[in-house]
Design a protein around this ligand. Structure first.
Ligand code: ADP
Ligand code: MG
Length: 462
């Protein structure tokens, strides 16, 4: 034991009390999934190290990434031991024997995270997001290449680089990846990441405290300025004014500027024309939603970083039925792992379907107008000839409206095509039918029940 070290022991109740603190701070499901399964292992008084074990690598990594500070603080608070180090380990014994999945996922060898050595502790760059852990596919390779190029030669290739896309497609990830790559190459570079809201807040604060000069000096001394979600400065005149001057000063000294937004500069309403034109004068690149193959690759990669093996069939099912963005893919995987770990069940397609029920999009199946007509007729006990006839009595018009609505929802047919297939009706009858059904879906129980049942038969039978 070092001479200066003080031998502490942790009172038995301390761990339980620390958990109680977290229980009040966290969402109950999160607490149950990640904190409750942790076990107090030991406390080394000479190193002030508290060892806690997690039942899986996934839980261990997740707690490390998101709850370590909270947990450390709670233990310190309850034990009275300050400067406490929390060490999370995986308790291999606690991992239930799971049947091995049939398919072993490809292992990715992401380069180790490199933290800038000589940067101040308050670096705004998140070391979690790097180029190495960004999965590249058709949808994002152009943007990825441009970002790499900028990180390789800041201020010399594309300036500014303007990245835009819908949510959850990797804009923030790429900004930090640029920051990390620049710092890895040149640890003394002055790299600043700020959301546009943080820029506004700092500006407001500096006006309030009469420290504008420091604010200007800080912004204008950057070698690389990374501004996230610039669309939020629209309508804020003073922020735009100051940002324009920051931009111009940095641009003039060849400092690199990278900006992200949810849309093109010209489409940001309420944005000063001077800024619109400055933002467009370098390279404007967009990130598209990932295609199916990229979604599978992302899931494979994320599973390997979670330290879990997900059968290929499960990944393919998730990739097929969550297509909107990467954040949702990640969320689905996180949830699946948590459910599997909590219920101590292996990851199977069945578990995935039940755990992710609300997240999965309906199965994509190729339905034809005839398929829909048949199922609707069976449900309402009608003949096919009735549904395409000229008859307008309620017992026929009601099912016909539903059938037309479903044809529009689940087939690529246009209004005139649908009308043609329902006894040569014109497109306005189809539009009318669809608006009747959509309008009543939430308020009319009979309508809801019929649509639900027919949908169940259409998808369940496949
Ligand atoms: P945005 O800023 O566009 O809303 P983010 O950069 O926050 O999106 O990305 C959402 C999540 O998805 C992050 O956790 C990010 O790491 C992850 N992500 C996005 N694109 C990729 C990718 N191509 N490869 C790996 N992870 C990705
Ligand atoms: Mg973002």
């Amino acid at each position: 034991m070092e001479e200066s070290a003080v031998a502490y022991s942790l009172p038995e109740q301390c761990w339980e009390n620390s958990l109680s603190v977290l229980k009040t701070e966290l969402d109950p499901q999160i607490f149950a999934a990640y904190i409750q399964p942790l076990q107090f292992d030991s406390f080394d008084g000479s190193r002030l190290e508290c060892k806690v074990s997690a039942p899986s690598r996934f839980v261990c990594n997740h707690v490390n990434d998101y709850f370590k500070d909270k947990l450390t603080k709670a233990i310190s608070q309850k034990s009275g031991v300050s400067n406490l180090h929390l060490k999370l380990v995986v308790n291999e014994d606690a991992i239930p024997a799971q049947p091995r999945p049939h398919v072993v996922v490809k292992k990715y060898t992401a380069a180790p995270k490199v933290l800038p050595q000589s940067k101040p502790a308050v670096s705004t760059i998140d070391s979690k997001y790097t180029f190495e852990n960004f999965v590249v596919g058709n949808s994002n390779q152009f943007c990825h290449a441009a970002a790499m190029q900028v990180a390789e030669n800041p201020g010399k290739s594309y300036n500014p680089l303007f990245i835009y896309s819908g949510v959850g497609l990797g804009k923030t990830h790429l900004l930090h990846a640029i920051g990390n790559a620049v710092l890895q190459k040149n640890p003394n570079a002055n790299v600043l990441y700020l959301s546009s809201e943080a820029f506004t807040n700092e500006l407001v604060q500096s006006i309030r405290t009469n420290t504008m000069e420091q604010f200007k000096a800080k912004m204008r001394s950057c070698d690389v300025l990374l501004i996230d979600d610039i669309q939020f400065i629209c309508g804020k005149d003073r922020t735009q004014e100051e940002f324009f001057h920051t931009f111009s000063a940095l641009y003039a000294k060849n400092a690199q500027i990278v900006i992200t937004s949810d849309r093109l500069p010209q489409e940001i309403s309420g944005l000063d024309d001077r800024l619109k034109s400055r933002f467009s004068c370098g390279l404007v690149a967009d990130l598209q939603a990932p295609d199916y193959e990229t979604r599978v690759a992302i899931l494979d990669y994320k599973a390997s970083t979670f330290g879990i093996e997900v059968p290929a069939k499960v990944n393919e099912m998730i990739a097929d039925r969550i297509s909107s963005n990467v954040r949702e893919l990640e969320g689905a995987l996180t949830r699946l792992c948590a459910v599997s770990s909590l219920r101590r069940m292996p990851i199977t397609e069945e578990l995935a379907c039940s755990a992710l029920r609300e997240l999965l999009e309906p199965k994509r199946v190729n339905l034809s107008i005839d398929d829909i007509k048949k199922v609707v007729c069976t449900y309402f006990n009608l003949k096919l000839a009735d549904i395409v006839s000229k008859k307008r009595t309620k017992n026929i018009a009601f099912p016909r409206h539903i059938a037309m609505y479903l044809c529009r929802k689940y087939t690529p047919a246009s209004y005139p095509e649908i009308g043609y297939c329902f006894g040569g009706r014109d497109h306005s009858s189809v539009i009318h039918a669809i608006s009747v059904v959509s309008g009543k879906l939430t308020s009319d129980f009979e309508m809801r029940e019929a649509v639900d049942s027919v949908e169940k038969q259409l998808f369940g039978s496949r």
